[in-house]
Design a protein around this ligand. Structure first.
Ligand SMILES: [Fe+2]
Length: 151
């Protein structure tokens, strides 16, 4: 991933300049998912886990990650953060919980690789207001990308 995003121009040439917010499948199987994720301006998605390893690489724009840890009361608390810029790559462990914000006023393009079936895995998200855990809703997340386009 580090090598791939070290030449953002080559990635843009291969995937095309981001035109709208969305999640494009580059590769999808039971044991590997590769996505081209285009974040809308200032878009945020709530804390969630993946239950599989992942690697994120930014080829245009910015992606701010907050990392969360579980508390005994069922909530999560912020545990760390990483500001990802163009050319940055970040590995995420199997159990990581993160939320993502595109902090800038233009589209951000990132390649996300997951060590499993991103769309089928059983996992959780945490309510952005109460920080309480509930089942992850992949359709809801995909709708957020469409809402970002309308805005
Ligand atoms: Fe994620």
């Amino acid at each position: 991933m580090t090598r791939a995003v070290s030449e953002p121009g080559a990635v843009l040439k291969g995937l095309g300049e981001p035109q709208r917010s969305g999640v494009q499948k580059i590769y999808h199987s039971r044991d590997l998912t590769i996505l081209n994720v285009i974040w809308g301006p200032r878009m945020t998605i709530c804390p969630h886990n993946h239950q599989m390893w992942a690697v994120i690489g930014i080829y245009t724009g910015r992606e701010d990650n907050i990392f969360w840890r579980r508390l005994p009361n069922g909530k999560v608390e912020a545990a760390g953060a990483r500001a990802l810029c163009e050319k940055d790559a970040e590995p995420l462990g199997h159990d990581i919980i993160h939320s993502v914000t595109n902090p800038i006023s233009r589209l951000t393009g990132a390649i996300h690789v997951y060590g499993g079936d991103f769309f089928a895995a059983e996992r959780s998200e945490w309510d952005p207001e109460t920080l309480r855990e509930h089942p992850y809703d992949v359709e809801k997340t995909l709708r957020l990308f469409e809402e970002a386009n309308r805005q």
